[in-house]
Write a protein that binds this ligand. Structure first.
Ligand code: UD2
Length: 296
């Protein structure tokens, strides 16, 4: 650590071997075979990471879509993000909505901004969800690349419930889906029809990633969202829609562009899944919703 070294101290006495060894879990997978860390509570030190990212003066853009009735989720989302999301760093909340007048005003800490982006809506909820890929890629190229270092792309029907800090940041990251982190490849709900661009052969695929939390540098998110959008449009032309929409295309992308970091389901939990022992924190939680009522 530079400061200590410059000060003449011995960095190894500050971060002793014991300290390193304590950031370790034996009950979960901490690393993929392509050397991407899997982020679980107990595997990292926030103090070290915060200092590293502060020195780089990084800024983070959050993309969140609140189309039609989903604007009701914004208040809790933003309030809890101010409490827990990348605290102490610069954050731009990019709120994509067709109802700019209904975006709530929430008190923000210094260095944090809300940017409302008016976008069209689509009749079907599946199209609303899928079109996020198109809009994120367009805005990345036109705007985000000039404004932030990293993008974090999340669902809006969520609330932060514990710290989600800079430990999530990396060139390209995805999140283990809470329903499948312990499941075998055979049971992943990948798209299997070969006519779809999202198809993944039975003997491929590493994890099942959630559509509701991914990110990376702006350039990597641009490449990901552009590719997924192209796949979605080709499927549309061919009269097919992938089984889990944008999530299927995201999973396809990650098979061939492996994430450089993977977030554990602490970062996207749903209390309907219970509270397994390996889950030491529930950082970002699904807000229960009445699907039929809220989507129409
Ligand atoms: C899952 C994924 C989601 C997406 C979807 C595709 C998680 C937690 N969620 O969510 O990312 O891949 O499956 O089937 O992994 N939205 C609106 N207005 C609408 C409808 C949707 O703004 O009328 C936006 C909103 O930001 C919402 C997101 O689209 O959070 C995804 O829709 P959803 O939450 O209804 O989909 P869900 O829960 O099936």
């Amino acid at each position: 650590y530079r400061r200590q070294v410059e000060g003449g101290g011995d960095p190894w006495s500050v971060y002793s071997k014991e300290t390193f060894l304590s950031h370790r879990r034996k009950d979960v997978l901490m690393m993929t075979p392509w050397f991407a860390p899997i982020v679980w509570e107990g595997t990292f030190n926030s103090e070290i990471l915060n200092e590293q990212f502060r020195l780089r003066n990084i800024s983070v853009g959050v993309t969140v879509f609140a189309i039609k009735k989903y604007v009701v989720f914004l208040q809790k989302f933003l309030e809890t993000a101010e409490e827990y999301f990348v605290v102490g760093h610069k954050v731009n909340y990019y709120i994509f909505t067709d109802r700019p007048d209904e975006v709530p005003s929430v008190a923000l800490k210094e260095g944090r901004n809300i940017v409302v982006l008016k976008v069209p809506n689509y009749a079907r909820w599946q199209d609303v969800s899928m079109r996020r890929m198109e809009m994120i890629s367009n805005f990345s190229q036109q705007r985000f690349i000039k404004e932030v270092h990293y993008l974090v792309c999340v669902d809006v029907d969520m609330r932060f419930n514990d710290q989600v800090g800079v430990e999530i940041l990396s060139d390209l990251f995805g999140t283990l889906h809470p329903g499948f982190y312990g499941a075998r490849r055979q049971s992943f709900t990948y798209e299997r029809r070969s006519i779809s661009q999202a198809v993944i052969p039975r003997d491929e695929g590493d994890f099942y990633y959630a559509g509701g939390f991914f990110g990376g540098t702006v350039i990597e998110v641009y490449k990901l969202t552009k590719r997924c959008h192209e796949g979605i449009m080709m499927d549309k032309d061919n009269g097919i829609e992938a089984i889990w929409h944008d999530e299927s295309h995201l999973n396809k992308y990650f098979v061939y562009h492996k994430p450089t970091k993977i977030l554990s389901p602490e970062y996207l939990w749903d209390d309907n899944m219970g509270r397994p022992q390996i889950l030491h924190k529930r950082r970002f939680l699904a807000v229960p919703k009445n699907h039929a009522a809220i989507r129409n």
